[in-house]
Design a protein around this ligand. Structure first.
Ligand code: WTA
Length: 631
């Protein structure tokens, strides 16, 4: 399953298109299956209905843990670096991780979790988060990890959508110099979550917590009640492995569903090939396990390949902006995988924080989550990679399970800001607004996929129609990514950003509709419209135009803005807080009542010279007012 040269890449690519089933069947044979599959692929993109490795039986944890025990049981599987560098870290060998996963799996069982049940995990970046994830997979429970920065309301929405039976959380979390009370947020969420029967609470910060009799139990106490024997549940390749909620252009976040067999094969295959992982290497992915990047490239991909994966609890700037580089040197990191927003923010602290580090262990640098600008690419290349580490700009999505377009480290010739070429098995196509294919090179259009790969989402939890509508209905017969894309003269792909109403703020996906709904919940707000604008560090900032029943002025306006931010934090979480709020008396609407976001986007970008045709607006005068008050 390993590609080592560009010729091999081309051969693999060709084979994957000519005979996808045979191609993926050969790769899947590298894993441990309890029972082989009888048919490799069955699919259509109309219902949609995609199934890989049909009839195959497996457990992903046997692939991530058990099968490594004999030969590399004493090799570190997880290295945990705490928020505070003065606190001792934790290294878990494969044997230790296996033991802990089995024990916690028994804790879940003891608390009533059965195969197919949904478990919500809301935790800090501690080893127990990975343990909880794997323990669910061990017994066939479906995990739904919720990023620790989301609000009680967001947790409640996700728990209710998936009807989770158990929540796994911690008393609190450390992030930089902040202490975040996770359990009390869970308590607030659970007021409206009748499906939850048990809450398992890990001790991390020793923040005082309320423990409800009959519902809440301590992780540590529970562990004392169980043995380390936990045979893995036999799962069908197409049984659900996890749900991960992600924002779209409309409505509430959707629960993207991934299944056991295809996801495993795809996460591991892409990990090995994109990063050119070699046995014994240490991989440091700086994402949170609450996002897909953490699922695929901290937990499942690296562990399936027997790698050593670092879990970092803190933030890149604590105690200072040299923290990533401290970690790289401390653990002799081979592969560093981070987001452009982190690179841009660290660039701002100057080179002193970099230059006092060795960084010579680094072999490969990765980028993910948003387009990487040329300046950040070169800084990463020169100052971190010292011009000797290939950069892999990896494009993918929660829905794709793993990387789809990316260089293979050291194999594909890179070009700054380009994700370059599709991985084997990935068949991109650019289409125009009408869904007509845009052929040839030196063109741009909307990025779609015309053939399934094993890691593609199978459905959105509890609402298959929404999955069809969102991804498969815009352009019949194609999976639509929501991204705009350019294919240059060399056939290299460059992702230019979302073409729908989804923002990418610091690499986090946020739907404009979600933010609007949150703002509209604030007292006195009549209506709002949210757009993105270019932001030096975050990539995109959030710009909100807000109509209130009484237009606030001066000091009053500042207070109202602050209160609106508090409401957004409470409804979604701090990551969704607008960077700018402009009070307006009206919004540019067409006669049919549709907000002309194009105009609002231009004004937010500070480009008011050419707003295009405004004659179809209900009230063209409102545009002048908005322009005059732009921030
Ligand atoms: C964007 C994160 C440009 C893109 C793995 C996509 C990127 C969305 C890149 C998915 C990249 C991700 N270059 N844009 N290398 N990687 N994106 O679901 O807009 O959190 O649709 O998955 O991030 O975000 P998600």
């Amino acid at each position: 399953m390993r590609i080592r040269t560009f010729d091999e890449y081309q051969a693999a690519y060709q084979k994957s298109v000519e005979d996808p089933e045979e191609f993926w069947a050969e790769i899947a044979q590298n894993f441990h299956w309890r029972k082989p599959w009888t048919k490799t692929l069955q699919w259509n993109f109309t219902e949609p209905n995609v199934k890989w490795f049909i009839g195959g039986k497996l457990n992903i944890t046997e692939n991530c843990l058990d099968r490594h025990l004999a030969e590399q049981g004493d090799q570190p599987a997880i290295i945990w670096e705490p928020n505070d560098p003065a606190e001792a870290g934790v290294t878990l060998t494969y044997k230790m991780l296996f033991d802990q996963v089995c024990r916690f799996a028994n804790v879940l069982k003891r608390n009533g979790v059965q195969k197919g049940d949904r478990v919500c995990i809301y935790m800090p970046m501690v080893p127990e988060l990975a343990i909880a994830v794997l323990a669910c997979a061990r017994i066939g429970a479906i995990h739904s990890v919720v990023f620790g920065g989301f609000s009680a309301q967001s947790i409640a929405d996700r728990i209710n959508d998936a009807q989770c039976k158990v929540v796994v959380t911690a008393d609190g979390a450390y992030r930089g110099n902040k202490e975040i009370p996770l359990k009390s947020t869970v308590d607030d969420a659970l007021i409206g979550c009748p499906s939850v029967e048990k809450v398992i609470v890990l001790t991390r910060t020793r923040t005082p917590v309320s423990m409800l009799k009959g519902r809440d139990v301590w992780w540590e106490q529970e562990l004392k009640q169980v043995t380390a024997e936990c045979p893995a549940e036999e799962m069908d390749a197409e049984d659900m492995l996890f749900i991960l909620y992600t924002s779209g252009s409309t409505g509430k976040p959707k629960g993207v569903v991934h299944t056991c067999g295809g996801y495993m094969v795809y996460a591991a295959y892409t990990f090995q090939n994109v990063f050119q992982y070699e046995a014994g290497q240490t991989h440091f992915c700086t994402a949170d396990i609450g996002w897909i990047t953490g699922h695929s490239y901290i937990v499942y991909g690296p562990l399936a390949c027997g790698a050593t994966s670092i879990i970092f609890e803190g933030v890149p700037t604590y105690p200072d902006a040299g923290r990533f580089w401290d970690i790289v040197d401390k653990y002799k990191v081979d592969i560093l995988y981070t987001a452009p927003t982190a690179i841009r923010s660290l660039m701002g602290f100057g080179l002193e924080k970099v230059e006092n580090h060795d960084l010579s262990s680094l072999q490969v640098l990765g980028s993910v989550g948003e387009p990487i600008n040329e300046e950040a690419w070169h800084w990463y290349d020169e100052h971190i990679g010292k011009g000797r580490c290939p950069i892999v700009d990896t494009w993918w999505q929660t829905e794709t399970g793993g990387i789809l377009i990316s260089p293979l480290a050291g194999i594909t010739k890179t070009k700054p800001t380009y994700a370059t070429l599709p991985l084997p098995g990935v068949q991109p196509i650019l289409v125009d607004e009408n869904g007509k294919e845009i052929e040839g090179n030196g063109v741009s259009g909307n990025l779609c996929m015309k053939f399934p790969w094993p890691g593609i989402l199978r459905t959105t939890y509890g609402d298959h129609e929404r999955c069809r509508q969102t991804y498969f209905a815009t352009y019949p017969g194609l999976y639509f990514t929501g991204d705009g894309c350019l294919r240059d003269e060399d056939g290299y792909y460059r992702i230019t950003g979302r073409v729908d109403d989804v923002l990418n703020v610091s690499g986090h996906r946020i739907g404009t509709a979600e933010v609007e709904n949150a703002i509209n919940m604030h007292t006195g707000v009549v209506e709002s419209a949210v757009v993105g604008y270019p932001h030096d560090i975050k990539g995109q900032g959030i710009y909100a135009y807000v109509i209130t029943d009484q237009e606030p002025n001066g000091h009053d306006a500042d207070l109202t803005k602050r209160d609106i931010l508090a409401t957004v934090s409470r409804v979604i979480g701090p990551i969704a807080k607008p960077d700018k709020i402009q009070f307006v008396t009206g919004l540019p609407k067409t006669r049919s009542g549709k907000i002309m976001r194009r105009i609002l986007r231009k004004i937010a970008e500070g480009d008011t010279s050419n707003l295009g045709d405004t004659t179809t607006l209900l009230d063209p005068a409102v545009v002048e007012e908005i322009k005059a008050g732009a921030l």
